[in-house]
Structure formats: C-alpha cells, structure tokens
Design a protein around this ligand. Sequence first.
Ligand code: HDE
Length: 713
Amino acid sequence: MKNSQDKKQKDLSINISDSTNKFLTTNQGIRVNDDNNTLKAGERGPSLLEDFILREKITHFDHERIPERVVHARGSGAHGFFEVTNPIPELTKAGFLQEVGLTTPVFTRFSTVAGSRGSTDLARDVRGFSVKFYTQEGIYDFVGNNIPVFFIQDASKFPDLVHAVKPEQHNEIPQASSAHDTFWDFISLMPESMHMIMWLMSDRAIPRSYRMMEGFGVHTFRLINEAGESTFVKFHWKPKLGTHAVAWDEAQKISGKNPDFHREDLYEAIEMGNFPEWELGVQIIPAEDEEKYEFDLLDPTKIVPEELVPVTIVGRMVLNKNPDNFFSETEQIAFHPGHVVPGIDFSNDPLLQGRLFSYTDTQLTRLGGPNFHEIPINRSIAPVHNNQRDGFMRQEINKGRVNYHPNSLGGGCPYQAQISEGGFTSFPERIEAHKVRERSKSFSDHFGQAKLFFNSQTPEEKSHIVKALRFELGKVDTTAIRLRMLGLLAQVDTELAQKVAIGLGATVPTNLEFPVNKGVSPENEGGDQEPKTVEQSVSLSEALSMINNPTNSTTIESRRVAILCSDGVSEAAVMNIKSALKKEGAKGFVIAPHLGSVLTDSNGALTADYTFLTASSVLFDAVYVPHGLGLSVLTENDDALEYLNDAYKHCKIIGADGEASELFTATTFASKVANDDGGIIVSNEVASEAFAQAFITAMTKHRFWKREPNLYI
Ligand code: HDE
C-alpha cells in the first residue's frame, strides 16, 4: 500500500478559497461596487427591498450559527499523520496498520465535555481525544478520552449524566463546572462512577496542554486478522512530551487570564514547528482470556492494568498543520466510534453499543442533514459509491438512471466487495441469550479499581484528590448529597473520606444505601448486584500515577519561561538563559513594565514580549529574575510581584542570579527559599552556564509539588 499522507490535503485543496487579489462578489459571483451603503430611496431615505446585495449578506449572517455539540462543544483540532512503526498484521487486517513506515493522514480534535463552545479550556473535566484516520480503506474514527474509564456502564444513563453535569436547568449555572448540586446528586446515587470520579478529581482533569495528555479508547474493541480471528484490544495514545498537569488554583486563574490557553498552546506549537506527537499503543487480550480477569472486559468503568497486559507501541501520530478555517474544519468535523475499517470491530460493551447509535444521529441535528459526510473535512479519500441519494445540501452529482441494488440497468454497479476485495464483515460472534433488560453481575465491582487508582497515586497526588473533592463538594449546598458522597468515598479509602469530611465540617456516615441499583434491577434488590469491592490481582500500578509514570518524559521542549525585566537589567543574563532554553526547544519571554524597549545595563535594548499586566505567571512554566531587575519594580508593581508569588504557590521553577535573589525579600515565600527542595535556583554569578543548566534541569521535573502543604504525610 502506498503512503497517503498528502492525499487529504490535496482533497481539501479543491475547497480552499483565497481572496488575495480578487474582486469582492456576491455568492452568485456578481462583482460588488459598494459594500458600505445600502440601496436607499434618497441618501436620507428608507432602504429598498430590491437591494439583493444587502439581503444576501444579512441573510447569510443570520444563519451563520449551527447548534454546538451537545457534549464536547469546546474543542481545538489539527491535521497530521499517523505512521506505522511496528505493524501487527497477525492481529488485524486493517490496511493502515500493515507496513512499517506507512503513513495515513489524520485530523485530531481535543475537547472538554461539559462547557459550551465559548467556555474556558481549563475547566476540571474529562478531555475528548478524537482522531479521524483518512485511510485508503475509508474513514476510521478513534473517539476516545484522556481518561481510560467512564462514569456509567450503560448508554441509557448518558442523557442523565450529561443533564446532571451541565449548568442547572432553572438558572443555567454553573458554566463548564461539575462543582454543583445536580452533578454530585447524580454521582452520589451512581456508585459505578467512583473509579471515574477518582480520575476526574485527580490532576488528569486539568492538563498543562493538550499535547501532554494520554488518550484512551476506553472500551474494549476487537481486532480481526486476515484469517477472521479476533483478539480483544484496548487503545492508548502516549504523548512524547509526557503527561503533565497544572495546579487547580492555577487552572482557575488561567481561566480568567486566558480561557483559550490550550487552544493557543496547540496552535502556537504547530505554527512554531514544535509538532506534537503521540505513540499509539495496544493492549492485546487473546479471545480465550475474555473471562480470565476479576473485572469484565466489557465494563467501561474498568481498565486492564498495564501490569497485567503491557502496552505494545504500533505507531506514532504527529500533528503538523493547523486548520485554515476553524468552523469549516474543527467545528464541522463529525466523529463516530462506528466508523471502522475491516480489521477493527466492536465488543458488546453496553456503553459502546449505545454510542454506535448516537453519533450519526447527533450530526443530523448539528450539521443539518444526512450529507455531512460530503463536507470536505469529513470526506473519505477512499472512493464512495452507493445508492444513497438526495437530502439537504447534496453535493455529489450521481450519474445514470440507477439508484438501487440489485440492478441490471447499471450493470449491477456499484457492486458488493468480497471479503478478499476489502468488503467489511462483522465478526460472527456466537450469541445465545434471552432478551433481557439487565446489568451483568460481572459489572458489580464499583470500588476495586477506584481503590487501585487511589493507592497508585503519590502522596502529593492523593492530597490533590482530597483538595479537589473538598472544593467540588464544598460547592454543593445540599448536606444529604455531601454525606452520601462521603459514604461512597469511604468505600474507596477511609482516610480519603475522613480528610474530605474535615474540609466539609462533616463526619463520614456508615449506613450507606445504593438506591439506584435497586431501581435498575428490581429483582436483584439486596442481592448479588449490590455494589461491591473485588480484590484486584494488581494492587499498585505506576502507570496510573502521573508523577511515578515510568514512561514519563523529562523534555522541556516548547515550555515557556517568563523573564522579568526592567531598565538596567543584565543583557548577558537574559541572553544566557534565552539561548540555553532555545537549545532545549523551550522559549524565554521578556516581561516588562511596558511594551517596546527595555534598556539593558550594556546600553542595549530588549523588546518586551508582554507587560506585567498583559501576561501572568500562570501562563508560564517557570519564572526567571535576571540580575539588574530593580527591587522597586516588584515593590511598586503588584502585577510584577504576583509573578513570583504565584510561581511559588503553583510549585514552579524560580531562578535568580546576581543580586536578583535579594528581590525574594519582597515575596510571600521569602522565609522558605532556603528550605526549598530544588525548585528555586539562585546563583551569585551573573549569566553563568552552570546556573542556566541547573535551571533547565529543575524544569525537567515540571513541578515541585512537595512545596505544598501535603495532607498525606
Ligand atoms: Fe461521546 N458523544 N457519548 N463519549 N464523545 C459525542 O457526538 C455519547 C462517550 C466523545 O471531537 C457526541 O459528534 C453517548 C465515551 C468525544 O467531535 C454524541 C455516550 C467517550 C466526543 C456523543 C458517550 C466519548 C464525543 C456529541 C454514552 C470516550 C467529541 C457531538 C453511551 C470513549 C467528538 C458528537 C468530537 C461526542 C454521545 C460516551 C468520547 C452526542 C450516547 C465513553 C471525544 O453523539
């Protein structure tokens, strides 16, 4: 098979419009002579209905908006390619996974779930991670999340979950936040959500960047090989830049300072040539192992621990081109977990099965009809021929008389493909069962893996979970909901529940009931479907911790450093750190009291990238105070001082050289500098190479969380 990396760009190019050196026209191609004035009866008279130029322009404007996605409304995307590094033909016949070096064009969209299109990127939320593969056998959509499990086990609960988490119906408050009564009311009645809640309250829900998140297919899927044999598979994306988060206080401040933080980060990284990259990994579970584990492979609230089944890397994805037009591409792209190619198939996971219905259905409303596959960004690069016809906005002009199958008038065309010709066939799984509305008993362990996740976290990460729960439940007004949640948390870990309870001024209740499970299966009331905790064969998984994760990267590529400057600053010091950062692929930004030039100690000039007012410490990974920054700048300018105070609070790297470290006397952390565990780098020497190196080494650690008061030591 040939590489098709450029094929999608060529396909899109026929729709790209460039107005450079072109006349302004109406949609009918009529050149417009005056785009500033309506046609009127006299220069001070009423407008004329005849003005087709005005009517067309206003009518089009009136209809510019389409419904936003019912979930995952806020997102950002980019083009790129997928390349096979380790083919798996013995497991799947999917063409795009067959040969080393084979490339396939992709478009990837990241998103938050709960917020509206205009909401902040930094909400505490799950992130969507969707990849459209334009394969030579048709479209394959990977529609996953940055968290490997989900809140619920059955699709029928999805509308309830989403209603509960979205702004409350009576007052449309709060936007892009789960910290409110209806969400926790629902969760407190859904013990199956506890594993997901552990992830959502962890730092996974506040990523530093879309480029620093893992991606997961969540459900178990099937791979099918040429011989028709099936294996179960879990998909993983592992980011080259490592998996990193911001602090919760920082996330909230970023939401005010720059709600487009993740969108801008992705866009700028690609514009600057720092192409984000992920490895695609698979966990392969042989068909005969389907019932081998203490959890059910079909239960989407469970992971397969990497200690039980390792992740094998099969390829890599690189995002290397921003969309030309956000609406046409990122907004109109339509993903569907049911878009699969021969070699990939579904499992019976009841959540996945429901999704297979939902995604086309939602596009009918969102994109306005059944021809959304013809929108350029959704168009397959594999030829499309069938007997589907008409509908709103049909683009294709189907030739001939025949639009049915079988036919003789069209020579039987388009004809069905044999399996050997790439025809898709579903895996012929044998099913013998009663038609029932029931939850499998093998889905009843709601706490075993929640415990596994919690126990796998470092003390700092556990502490963050407690604080997140204190924040979220602290925003819940109804006492009974808070208490129910404490009861559920106690099933995961008693100490966790107690520590959260302290923040709520409450005591952990002991008499917990699970009303919803009784509702779901009346015949099982009090029986073997009661939520339970099953002993896990793996008691600790480092892969679940972001800090202990064995595959985590220490690169500082594309990280941002704020360099605080004022007139008289040491030019040598600024240039020293800037060039050291550049060598590592990171970037130093000059932050000054005003835009324009900052005069240096050697009568040179530095150009300010931002002022103390237009940027903020929360938008950078580290803060550097070069020799020559005047103390008065910090003492007289709260915005400047906040750079240091916030950087310390958010456990970031702070560096100072020469006299500059004296400036710390003005900060809130002056008394703690001597005891810091490596995140504060000071040097008496100005512009020394050793200092720059130490600063960079500290940055590879990402954050010095030990600085915070820790609830778990
Ligand atoms: Fe989705 N989901 N979902 N979802 N989902 C949508 O489809 C739905 C679920 C995910 O960037 C919608 O085109 C149901 C799990 C992503 O465009 C909708 C259920 C996972 C995106 C829909 C789930 C996801 C969506 C809204 C439970 C992780 C954004 C707009 C049965 C594996 C895709 C749209 C993009 C979007 C339905 C659960 C991931 C309504 C019914 C689990 C990343 O069809």
